[in-house]
Design a protein around this ligand. Sequence first.
Ligand SMILES: [Zn+2]
Length: 59
Amino acid sequence: MNKETEIDKLDELERVERGAFGQCSTCGNEIEGKRLKAVPYAINGIDCENAESYAEFEL
Ligand SMILES: [Zn+2]
């Protein structure tokens, strides 16, 4: 078990409950619907995600 990963997920759930869900945590812009569908826990828009060089999600 990886406890740190679980804590990360809980943190993201908390963000969802606070209403920041669907909004880029970096620039505050709305996250594209198709991205949220593919990556429901996304906290950054595609542009910011790319800027931080997460290449895992090709959307
Ligand atoms: Zn952004």
